[in-house]
Design a protein around this ligand. Structure first.
Ligand SMILES: C=C(O[C@@H]1C=C(C(=O)O)C=C[C@H]1O)C(=O)O
Length: 365
């Protein structure tokens, strides 16, 4: 008969594995430190952070892990390890649309890990400015939501900004109903949230809180803060906001569209290196006249370049003049895209490559 392992014996074995993990983490940090010194010697102004390389590391490890360690946790753990290795030199300063606890904060944490320095900003414009004035290394802003569509203030900010897009993040947006400890659903008279979040949960609120007033707040996190101060208040916000503002999660996933998700962009000084699965965002001012839009699309279509999105915004410089935002699959350094860009430059009044960056392959949670 085989003997069952004892609890103390198993714990001893776990301690021994932890010692090995710790030794390996320190060896890894030392190697990353050497890479940092090498990069600094080659180009003192350049950032240590290399988003394309990080993407490669995560993809390789996720695919290689045999289990039983859960596959999504492989990503989370290694993102934190890289974040910590980067912070050895200097924590990355990451500006995002705040305050803390917003979904943009969650997207920033997903991308940069917990060892980065959070710089919450009040507006999307302020996120751009923080990166432009080098108070932050990177900025994170929302660009489109599956329920509510484009975030116009992000598109507008690109019209006058020299910044590049260096990554995108697709994040599942699960709204939660948050209550003060001790309060139950029947006692709620006011529900605070950002208008977008209230809109995303319209059906649930009608069914469960039809008698409560909806009160609009500048962000979901600000709503959580307001609910904390109101004896009969609740908030629609992230579960992270519950932790930050001392509220209890009364119900999770209350949004009408179960697969609600938002796409975020990471702003930085330059585009990412090619990875083979990239996206390029272009900003084109079309020439006025018949067929202008066709001339913009034709050089892409002829080369089989997939246009995944097109959005127009008024330029605010001239009446009825429009800027077109184009998302095209591929990297600007790839030959077919480079050729298309040369042709496009001739076909429109102006063309700006806002950035090439690795495509988000899945919705993060
Ligand atoms: C070590 C490097 O620099 C940074 C740290 C990384 C890591 O810890 O694996 C990966 C990419 C960079 O953000 C590198 O470029 O290889």
């Amino acid at each position: 008969m085989t003997e069952l392992p004892s609890l103390p014996g198993l714990r001893q074995a776990i301690d021994a594995v932890d010692d090995q993990v710790l030794a390996l983490l320190n060896r890894r940090a030392a190697l990353a430190g050497e890479v940092g010194r090498l990069k600094a010697a080659a180009a003192p102004e350049a950032l240590f952070h290399a988003p394309a390389r990080e993407r490669e590391v995560l993809a390789r490890l996720e695919a290689a892990s045999p289990g039983p360690f859960p596959a999504p946790a492989v990503r989370t753990v290694f993102q934190e390890i890289m974040s910590a290795c980067l912070s050895l030199e200097k924590p990355l300063r990451v500006a995002f649309l705040g305050p803390e606890g917003t979904f943009t904060h969650l997207a920033a944490r997903h991308q940069f890990g917990g060892s980065s320095q959070s710089l919450p900003q009040g507006t999307i414009q302020a996120v751009f400015q923080a990166v432009e004035r080098q108070r932050a290394d990177y900025g994170v802003v929302p660009v489109e939501n599956a329920t509510e569509g484009a975030v116009d203030s992000t598109l507008d900010a690109f019209l006058d900004s020299p910044l590049a897009i260096c990554a995108e993040i697709l994040l599942a947006v699960d709204q939660a109903l948050l209550l003060r400890p001790g309060l139950d659903l029947a006692g709620v008279r006011r529900v605070y949230s950002h208008p977008q979040a209230l809109g995303q949960c319209r059906r649930w609120l009608e069914t469960h809180l039809s008698g409560a007033d909806r009160i609009e707040a500048p962000s979901t996190s600000e709503a959580a803060r307001l609910a904390r101060e109101d004896a009969e208040g609740a908030a629609v916000a992230s579960e992270l906001a519950a932790d930050l503002f001392g509220l209890r999660v009364a119900e999770t996933k209350i949004q009408d569209l179960a697969a609600n998700a938002t796409r975020f962009l990471v702003l930085g000084p330059k585009s990412a290196e090619p990875t083979g699965r990239d996206r390029t965002t272009l900003l084109a001012m079309a020439q006025d006249g018949p067929g202008a839009l066709l001339r913009l699309l034709e050089p892409l279509a002829r080369r089989g370049l997939n246009l995944s999105r097109i959005q127009s915004r008024p330029t605010r410089r001239k009446l009825w003049e429009y800027a077109f935002f184009l998302d095209v699959e591929g990297h600007a350094e790839e030959p077919s895209m480079a050729e298309a860009l040369v042709e496009l430059r001739g076909a429109c009044a102006s063309l700006k490559v806002l950035g090439s960056y690795p495509r988000a392959m899945e919705v993060a949670r």
